[in-house]
Write a protein that binds this ligand. Structure first.
Ligand SMILES: C[S@@+](CC[C@H](N)C(=O)[O-])C[C@H]1O[C@@H](n2cnc3c(N)ncnc32)[C@H](O)[C@@H]1O
Length: 230
């Protein structure tokens, strides 16, 4: 099957500033859900698409789910690597971001070959339903801001809608636990420690690799997990 890749041009500086402005404004209003101070950079966005580019069967189209798309830097990297027949579902809880994403899918040249196979959903990811199956899930959700129960519910959901053998890639920022240990109130630090134990439990069980991305604000870890075949 012919690949229909679009060139992954970095965003023009004025668009990057516009997106960063929107992101920072939303981070001020809803920091717990937004969970970062800036959109992911090119190095992190590209590394998160590892299992859009590396496929078990390079001739078979794949279904991709991106959770927590924000202003869309990772979505653009995914779109640049989509091939004929691939589908992308982007789910984002913040309607201010989804309006921006819908416009991006219609007008950004990186989506020119993929816009008719891309859907933007305004929803919490685990409200998306369980009738679809995905080959690759890329999650930008800020697990460090969630409770242990919320993290477990979302990881359970991902492993329900992931097909056997499918991959999940998600990221967290380096040293957040250590920084919170120093600056955050004790109960906030404990909550984050508990949610990070849930993440660790899943990484220990299903992890297949990690990437450390220093060229990002803030620097990040990526965890890649694989759902067992049976
Ligand atoms: C750390 S930002 C990542 C944004 C973007 N992926 C990036 O890398 O720049 C997390 C995003 O997840 C969204 N979000 C948080 N909780 C969510 C949920 N339960 N379901 C869907 N989106 C969620 C936030 O609104 C925010 O846009």
């Amino acid at each position: 099957m012919a690949a229909t890749q679009s060139p992954f041009e970095p965003l023009r500086l004025d668009h990057r500033l516009r997106d960063a402005g929107l992101f920072i404004q939303q981070a001020f209003q809803t920091f717990r859900a937004t969970g970062a101070i800036a959109p992911s950079g090119t190095a992190l966005s590209t590394a998160l698409t590892r299992f859009v580019t590396q496929r078990d069967d390079p001739t078979a189209p794949i279904n991709i789910l991106e959770a927590g798309s924000g202003t869309g830097p990772v979505s653009r990297a995914i779109a640049a690597h989509m091939r004929e027949g691939d589908t992308l579902d982007m789910v984002e809880a913040n309607p201010r971001f989804t309006r921006h994403l819908e416009e991006m899918v219609k007008t950004d040249p990186v989506f020119s070959n993929a816009s008719d196979r891309t859907t933007v959903h305004t929803a919490l990811v685990n409200d998306l339903g369980t009738d679809r199956r995905f080959d690759t899930i890329i999650s930008g959700l800020p697990f460090a801001n969630f409770t242990a129960d919320e993290v477990r519910t979302i990881l359970d959901y991902y492993f329900t809608v992931l097909r056997p053998g499918g991959r999940l890639s998600f990221f967290g920022y380096l040293y957040t636990k250590e920084i919170k240990a120093v600056i955050a109130p004790r109960e906030q630090y404990l909550r984050q420690a508990q949610s990070s134990w849930v993440v660790e439990e899943w990484v220990n069980r299903y992890g297949i690799g990690t990437d450390r991305i220093l060229l990002n604000l803030p620097p990040a870890w990526i965890f890649h997990l694989r759902k067992p075949l049976d």
